[in-house]
Write a protein that binds this ligand. Sequence first.
Ligand code: EPU
Length: 425
Amino acid sequence: MDKLVIEGGKKLQGEVPISGAKNAALPLIAATLLAPGVHVLRNVPDLRDTRTMLKLMGHLGVEYRWDGDVVTVDTTKLHHGEAPYELVKTMRASVLVLGPLAARLGAARVSLPGGCAIGARPIELHIKGLKQLGARCRLENGYVDVTTTKRLQGAEIYLTVPSVTATENLVMAAVLAEGTTVLKNAAKEPEITNLVDMLIGMGAQIEGRESDVLIIHGVSQLRPADCAIIPDRIEAGTYLLAIAATGGEGTITHCNPGHLLALLEKLRAAGLVIEEGKTTVTVRPPVLGKKLGSVDIITRPYPGYPTDLQAQFMALMTLADNESIIKETIFENRFMHVAELQRLGAVIRIDGNTAFVTGTMGLAGAKVMATDLRASSSLVIAGLAASGRTEISRIYHLERGYERLVEKLSGLGAVIWKEKEEEVM
Ligand code: EPU
């Protein structure tokens, strides 16, 4: 297994390009199942998760080819198949094939994902919605089996929680249903708009783009897509926070600043100087004589502050001038990074879903362990800002969601490399 070694304390400087969004690429790959033929997806990030999703497509008879960041997906030979536990346990987003398979083949079998490091993460909203569209769903032997005897039927569906992947699954199921589906309290994340735009490009009829009510008029068939994945707003935010935490000055490029408003507002409130371009954001340290200020955040569905940038913001706040209150409202167990940040000298107290972060004069390198994707990136940020050496083990988590992380950070002047981890028994 690999570990990541960082010699911290270097100010990051320069430019870093942002890759396509993992959480858009996954539903867009699943959406190709909806139409037979050859689809072209552009700006696809080469990540463990996108590779897992394509592997799952392979189980269903789908052929695909990578050509740089372009993935060609041929769904002509799609057949019945299942998403096995071995794949689903490594990537919960495998559940995204349920909706398209139910719509196109009238049958889907996907292993139940179970809990994960950040929370229980149920999928009952996906299942309830599919039932409302007329599918039969059975839970048996750890699998969910979805079957339909006829075409799915449009329905009015209210999501009690605006779940991102439930919204995506149900939109994908509804585009081929008979009649109109009204999806209320839908999630509004930019990744969903990316999916809606792809589906519209394939011939779907969807109203309410970017809103929390999506009206989907079912059509009998769709055509293959040619669609680009949006820039990864979470990767973008992670680099901005990394540059800021090291006291550096740098620019992220190939991004969409409009998707980062909640973060940029908080960075400005902390005293950082932020300059937005059309596809770039530059971050500079607070003006001379000013310290990094402590700022509170509460995680919320989009356009609120994203849970996927909570851990990374906490890493920055360990270096601020006062106390920052960080409240996590989306997942019940998303403070796994706290104990690891404490090993680097961070002063953090947890009370329920709230962390109280007291800024310190500086962090010091230590050995830490990655527990999930975003927790890991907060440790990278803290390690870059800390003096001395930080070693992060279990970095396969990072490889799920950050494309060419070591290369990109090295390009900003970080001293960082991968090493084989010695097994101690
Ligand atoms: N929820 C339910 N029932 C359901 C589904 C969700 O109660 O049937 C609850 C969850 O327990 C949670 C809330 O709804 O409290 C929101 O979860 P959501 O379903 O929106 O999360 P998700 O769709 O499983 C996606 C991202 C996550 C991101 C969340 C929240 C993908 C592939 N994953 O997950 O990304 O944290 O939305 O924004 O899009 C990551 O990239 O590191 C990551 C975890």
